[in-house]
Design a protein around this ligand. Structure first.
Ligand SMILES: [Zn+2]
Length: 96
């Protein structure tokens, strides 16, 4: 999927070098306006923190498998790959 600027596309249709009839232009503008808006955050990959050992104070990102010091499990995003950290129930990760 590629995110595009719908407003810019409408400007190009209305004022750019696109030669369409008024009906065709209005149809395309309506089509663009009726498309769903996607939250870019929904495209971000997701993971969670896991503790591989009870003896070592470390956590791993399940998405990129990078190991961090144990207190990194308070981070909502992995500093290495940027994925959003969910808790086991699917919500955002918040340390107790
Ligand atoms: Zn990661």
């Amino acid at each position: 999927m590629r995110l595009i600027d719908a407003d810019h596309m409408k400007e190009e249709l209305l004022w750019g070098n696109v030669f369409l009839s008024a009906i065709q232009t209005n149809t395309l503008v309506d089509l663009i306006d009726n498309q769903p808006t996607i939250d870019p955050e929904s495209l971000r990959s997701k993971g969670h923190w896991e503790r591989p050992s009870k003896l070592l104070n470390i956590v791993n990102c399940t998405a990129c498998k990078t190991t961090f010091p144990g207190d990194f499990d308070e981070f909502r995003y992995c500093p290495n790959c940027g994925c959003f950290m969910e808790n086991k129930n699917g919500g955002s990760y918040v340390k107790k």
